[in-house]
Design a protein around this ligand. Structure first.
Ligand code: TXA
Ligand code: MG
Length: 326
């Protein structure tokens, strides 16, 4: 088994076929100047869930939304003047900006992992740009490698990592930069470096006229490694996991068709997937937590199988259920 490789430079139908697959909610591996990205329609929760399934990623980390240009980015997020200045200077290119969401509906909550900020970037690679222009919307795209493997910088790397779950890989030769984009977040007068990457710190510092900071605001340690963000969305309600019954006054986060005793008395119920489909469940997870939050002091959560995307769902639920500081 291997995935279909389209030669982006000499196949005139490649971009159109890839864009059509993305519109159907399928995954396409696209070349960017940094690394190959595993792209999905950022507005389609099930498509984004398929990224995690294909990567075998055990946790939901927030993803970068790729857009065609700054005008497209302005529809997704609210720019402060300093971030806008950085975008003008470095886009298209290997810089990702974390900015407040314009509103919650612009991308699936699986892209932001429930945060109210979104990481956005305009890639410089001509094939990525052509695909974004043809697709006409934001593409969520982490590096196109299986979780735990090194990032893919050639179509062959992508092909070696994925036997299935990816419609096409657009082959445009080796990535020029070879490491992921640099990620920064402006907070007032400060610019925090969240991930070092393809755009050197000094280049940003020169344009910004200030040194980049490396520790996150309000936190002692720098959130340098991906997924280490402490600010992941957690509901106000307490979570009770793996329930066999629903207690009086509890809300119910259901999965599958076989509801536990007491379910008919629940304060509110959201079923992640009546059919027991983990892709559908992942796509709904964050909005379901949000919907149930405030309906009851405790959300009872039915058991979710731990295989496939279930591992990431369970990880996320365990974090949401863990005792919180303060
Ligand atoms: O070069 C790149 O950036 C590649 C290519 C494909 O464009 N993409 C990439 O995406 O590296 P990804 O999804 O693997 O990187 C996402 C990282 C997360 O690990 C997280 O650290 C950070 O971006 N991130 C995403 N959203 C964030 C947010 N709202 N706040 C802080 N960090 C965020
Ligand atoms: Mg990665």
């Amino acid at each position: 088994m291997s995935i279909a490789i389209l030669h982006a430079k000499d196949d005139p139908s490649a971009i159109g076929r890839a864009a059509a697959a993305l519109r159907r909610g399928e995954l396409v591996a696209m070349p960017t100047e940094t690394v190959y990205g595993l792209a999905a329609d950022a507005r389609n929760g099930e498509a984004v869930a398929r990224i995690y399934a294909a990567k075998g990623r055990p946790r939901f980390n927030p993803l970068i939304a790729h857009v065609a240009d700054r005008t497209a980015a302005e529809r997704l997020v609210r720019f402060d003047p300093l971030s806008r200045r950085l975008a003008e200077e470095f886009w298209p290119g290997p810089l990702t900006l974390v900015l407040p969401l314009a509103n919650r509906a612009v991308v699936s909550e699986l892209v932001t992992a429930g945060l109210d900020t979104l990481a956005v970037r305009v890639p410089a690679h001509p094939v990525a740009r052509a695909l974004l222009a043809e697709f006409g919307g934001p593409l969520a795209a982490p590096s196109a490698n299986r979780s735990g493997h090194v990032s893919a910088t050639t179509a062959e790397h992508v092909d070696a990592d994925f036997a299935e779950g990816v419609a096409f890989v657009l082959d445009a030769g080796p990535s020029a930069v070879g490491v992921e984009s640099t990620i920064v977040k402006v907070e007032g007068e400060d610019i925090f470096l969240l991930r070092s990457g393809g755009l050197p710190r000094a280049a940003i510092e020169q344009v910004a006229g200030r040194a980049l900071r490396t520790s996150a605001p309000g936190e002692g340690e720098a959130p340098t490694s991906p997924g280490q963000l402490l600010s992941h969305y957690a509901p106000n309600a307490a979570l009770r996991l793996d329930v066999r019954d629903v207690r009086p006054g509890e809300a119910l986060l259901a999965f599958g068709s076989d509801l536990p005793p007491g379910a008919d008395q629940a304060a509110a119920t959201v079923n992640l997937s009546p059919a027991g489909d983990l892709v559908e469940a992942a796509a709904r997870l964050f909005s379901a937590l949000r919907e149930l939050d405030g309906t009851a002091p405790t959300i009872a959560v039915m058991p979710i199988p731990g295989e496939g995307l279930g591992e990431a769902i369970v990880d996320r639920l365990k974090r949401a259920a863990a005792p919180r500081p303060g």
